[in-house]
Structures are given as structure tokens and as C-alpha cells.
Design a protein around this ligand. Sequence first.
Ligand SMILES: C=CC1=C(C)c2cc3[nH]c(cc4nc(cc5[nH]c(cc1n2)c(C)c5CCC(=O)O)C(CCC(=O)O)=C4C)c(C)c3C=C
Ligand SMILES: [Fe+2]
Ligand SMILES: [Fe+2]
Length: 348
Amino acid sequence: MSLPKTAILLVNLGSPDQPTPAAVRRYLKEFLSDRRVVEGDGVMRLIWLTVLNAIILTFRPRKVAKLYASIWDQDSPLRLILNQQVAALQLALQQTIPDQDMQVFSAMTYGNPGLTARLEELTESGYSKILVLPLYPQYSATTTAPIYDQIARFQLKTRNFPDIRVVHDYHDHPLYIRALADSVKAFRAEHPESGKLVLSYHGIPQEYADKGDPYPEHCYRTSELLATELGLSDGQWQTTFQSRFGPKAWLQPYTDKTLEKLANSGTKQVEIICPAFSADCLETLEEIAVENRDVFMQAGGEQYQYIPALNADPGMIRLLVALVKQNSCGWVCQTCNSNEQNETENAS
Ligand SMILES: C=CC1=C(C)c2cc3[nH]c(cc4nc(cc5[nH]c(cc1n2)c(C)c5CCC(=O)O)C(CCC(=O)O)=C4C)c(C)c3C=C
Ligand SMILES: [Fe+2]
Ligand SMILES: [Fe+2]
């Protein structure tokens, strides 16, 4: 019996194609036109589209292109690391479940390689099972939900679509917490002068959380589990939210304000980790590692250390393998298939 062709699709947010104002403009237009990212209907939608086109897409691309250029390494780090994660997961799956033919692919919600195009390609190539694995441990209506939206739109226009599953979230998965804890321990082993651990998550507008986005609860849970795993006491760690965009209130406490306050009130050493980012990107390599370092040092801080994202670390790949096994249950899971076989045999 031939096995169904199964694809694993790792999905991250997306980057511009080039660190140029024109490419950044195209990327921001697609990203910031998504109604999940900037909500609002009717008149509010019209106002937002006017502000986006007349102001944001006129001035922001030039500034942001320079920031991207400062971290660009032949390609955007987010895309480079996504490719490394794909290759490492492919190898790990071949080693751990060699009798299953699972092929791993990359996709981005915005920009290239686009998620919808990938779903079309995989369907045309005969993949009948697709496991979509968003690289967002914490669910948010602003990041995870747009992946579901694109899948739903693809299904609406496709007569015979594959069996598609999506991993919803894994903010409290033991292997995620262990991978984070191991990365902190490994960092501290190399940099023994440790300070307060700041856990900085990408923010979302406070209003979205008030309307029911569970993202902040997921972030706080991840932080608590990580602090417990590391054996930290209350004063030794803190959760903050970064990357505020626009004039509205976002989740607080803000990372930059917190760092300023910490330095002002005598905390001279911090280590900062960004658990919501599975891969280093503009928001970690530039905003956290450069901009926020300046904020902390200028406020009187003495030592500021950024702990890199999990990227393609062995701990991250172990987590991804576990997520693949758990979420492909019944498709390819050997345990389940053999259990089912036993049950069928016992019943007959
Ligand atoms: C309303 C705006 C935004 C929301 C809501 C938002 C949520 C959100 N984003 C990430 C992860 C990433 N964001 C990245 C870049 C980025 N984010 C926004 C805006 C919102 N994000 C913008 C405008 C940008 C582009 C840069 C800029 O113009 O400032 C990235 C990095 C991409 C890269 O190429 O490196 C990531 C990753 C999460 C996890 C999240 C909510 C949970
Ligand atoms: Fe963002
Ligand atoms: Fe199973």
C-alpha cells in the first residue's frame, strides 16, 4: 500500500523581498491591509486605508528599508532561518520516523514564498495531507488567524483540496519551555554575569485583547512556565511587550519603558529573551538587540545581553518533531496506527 504524500508547512510572518523602499512598501501594503492586523469596519476601514496609503506607505518604507539593510545577510534573517528550520526538521523527521515520507516546506503569510501559492503548488503536486505549523507558539488573531484565513480562502476556490490540519498554538508545550530554558542556561554558561531576565513579547493593541484575543494570557503562561523551569524567583524576571505601532494603547508594560525604569531604579544588568519569535528577525536583531540596548544604556544600565531566538537549535527541532508527530496522529503516527491495528485485530 503506498503512503499518502504528506507535506509539513512551516509558516512565519514574512519579510520584504529586498531591503529597498519599494520592496518594503509592497510588503507593508500587503501586511497592513490585512483586516486581522488592523481591525475596523465601515468608516474606520476607509480612514485606515487613507492613512495607510497617504502617510504610512509614503514615509515608513524608506526608514524601515534602512533598518532591514542593517540586518540583511543576502536575504532577510527571518527567511534564511526559516529555510534552516525546514532543512533541520526534514533531516530530523527522516531520522526519527524514517518509514514515513514527509516533505517539509516553507511559507510566509505575507511576501514570499506566499502561503496560498504554496498550498496550490502542493495540491498540484499530489500532496493529499498537509500539516501547517505556524511558527507562533502563542495564538493571536493577528498572526495565527490570518493563516487559517488564507487556508479557508484557498479551500473556497478549490474543488478537491487536501486534508489540511493547522497547529493552533504550543505556548505551554513542555518541549517549547525546555528549549527556551536550555537556551537561557546555555547563554548563562557562556556569559556568567547574569542579570534580571526580561521576557519581551511582540505586542498587540490592548483593544484586541479586551475583545478576547488570548495572546497575552498565552504569553504570561509561557513566562511563568519558563521562570519555574529555570527556578527563578519573582524579582528575577519580568514580562514586557515590544514593537508598539500607531497611537493606540498596546499591551503593557512596554519593553522600552520598562528597561528605562529598571536602569533608573538601579538594575544595571539585564538579559533579554523574546519567546514569541521562533526566528531572529528585524524585531529582535534591530529593535531589541540595538535600539533597546541604547535605551537601557542611556538610562544608566551597564550590561545588556540579548539571548538569541531558538532558530534552528536542536531544542527547537525536537519541539517541531514532537508537534509533527502529535498533530499528524492517524495520518502517519506509528503509535496510533499500530494501536488501531491491534484494536481492529482484537475486535475481529
Ligand atoms: C498593527 C500592526 C501589527 C501587529 C498587530 C503585529 C503583531 C505581531 N507581529 C508579530 C511578529 C512580527 N512582526 C514583524 C514586523 C512587523 N510588525 C508590524 C506590525 C504589527 N505586528 C510591522 C509594521 C512590521 C514590519 C516592520 C515595521 O515596519 O516596523 C516581524 C519581523 C519581520 C521581518 O521581516 O523581520 C515579526 C516576526 C507577532 C508575533 C505579532 C503578534 C503576536
Ligand atoms: Fe509585528
Ligand atoms: Fe498518534
